[in-house]
Design a protein around this ligand. Structure first.
Ligand SMILES: [Zn+2]
Length: 75
């Protein structure tokens, strides 16, 4: 599969840091397995990983802290 962003790179297996803001909480999730484009750095998460990231993110928001840094544990 060719990168959808730059249309040049072939994404390779790697790990990325995903972060997002929700309800005044910044959630940072590290060591997320993804396909990463070596040309532009765009990354692609598969469906199961996306679900896991959202699940962890929502749980982190509920703790009420401003910043949550999570290391994703490989299942
Ligand atoms: Zn790319």
């Amino acid at each position: 599969m060719t990168c959808l962003d730059c249309k040049h790179g072939i994404p390779e297996k790697g790990k990325v840091t995903v972060s997002f803001d929700k309800d005044n909480c910044t959630v940072v999730i590290k060591d997320v397995p993804a396909m990463v484009c070596p040309v532009c750095g765009a990354y692609y998460l598969d469906e199961a990983i996306t679900e896991k990231v959202l699940e962890l993110g929502n749980a982190a928001v509920k703790t009420g802290s401003e910043v949550e840094v999570i290391h994703l544990q490989a299942a």
